[in-house]
Design a protein around this ligand. Structure first.
Ligand SMILES: [Zn+2]
Ligand SMILES: [Zn+2]
Length: 268
């Protein structure tokens, strides 16, 4: 399977370490056709963009850079799911300007209403140690993520199941219903096999991204490609896959070419 894009990369505008130009140069040198900058939404604790207007600034830079590098530069966001009802931390006025919209569950986020930070996010951080609340948190996380998928025009959900546990089949069913893809995130360790299997069971789309925070890992998608091959996922089910090459028809020579072909063929 060949992939043409990496749609999940962070710059210094959130918690990445590189400038936009360093990311674009890295994408070009890896031979990607497309790269998308998806800095964290503004309600991420310490890691979000300082305000939603930053995406507009990135778009202006992207237009300038695209003239100098052989790669399409998209500007998107990795929004935070900030409530149990599936709200995300970007207004519609910004969302409509973005090329790509991802959203994910993160355990470092300011909720709206604020008290869900205490009743939902904090218990998630404790649930590894306190088994009794693990099931409740899984239900809450699933509700929030499914709500986000249904209410927002998401291109994909980032790293479903990483740190904040969810029912992947339920999430995959919601994704299959809206066309939102489930991400195989090559930059984090979590049960990516289960993401692929849930997507295959429920007919949801997949996408493979690096989640790069430094230029060196932009376009590093091998782990995802190996999984797609392992489970024989068809390219049509992967948003950033190149279509499978058509089987070549045996070439038939006609007219003058056929005559020429016969003339040069060795005597039998
Ligand atoms: Zn994330
Ligand atoms: Zn990310």
């Amino acid at each position: 399977m060949q992939l043409f894009a990496d749609w999940h990369v962070h710059t210094r505008y959130s918690d990445g370490q590189a400038t936009l130009e360093e990311i674009v140069a890295a994408a070009a040198s890896r031979g990607l056709d497309e790269v998308a900058i998806t800095d964290h939404g503004p309600r991420g604790m310490f890691i979000g963009v300082r305000e939603a207007g930053v995406y507009q600034e990135l778009k202006e830079q992207a237009v300038r850079l695209a003239e100098h590098y052989p790669v399409r530069v998209l500007v998107g966001a990795e929004a935070n799911v900030i409530s149990l009802s599936g709200e995300i931390d970007l207004p519609a006025s910004i969302i409509k300007e973005l090329d790509i919209l991802a959203a994910g569950l993160h355990p470092q986020v300011w909720c709206r209403p604020w008290w869900q930070t205490l009743t939902w996010i904090l218990p998630n951080r404790l649930s590894k140690a306190v088994g009794a609340i693990r099931g409740k948190m899984r239900e809450a996380n699933t509700l929030a993520l499914v709500g986000a998928v249904r209410q927002n025009p998401l291109t994909f959900i980032s790293h479903p199941g990483l740190v904040m546990d969810v029912d992947l089949d339920e999430v995959a069913r919601a994704c299959a219903g809206t066309g939102c893809a489930m991400e195989i995130n090559a930059g984090h360790h979590y049960d990516r096999d289960e993401v692929v299997l849930a997507a295959l069971r429920e007919g949801a789309q997949l996408v493979v991204n690096s989640d790069a925070h430094v230029p060196e890992t932009v376009g590093k998608l091998d782990i995802g490609i190996q999984l797609l091959d392992k489970y024989r996922v068809p390219p049509e089910q992967v948003l950033n896959a190149r279509p499978a090459p058509q089987k070549a028809e045996p070439r038939r020579l006609t007219g003058f070419a056929a005559m020429a072909g016969r003339m040069v063929s060795p005597p039998s």
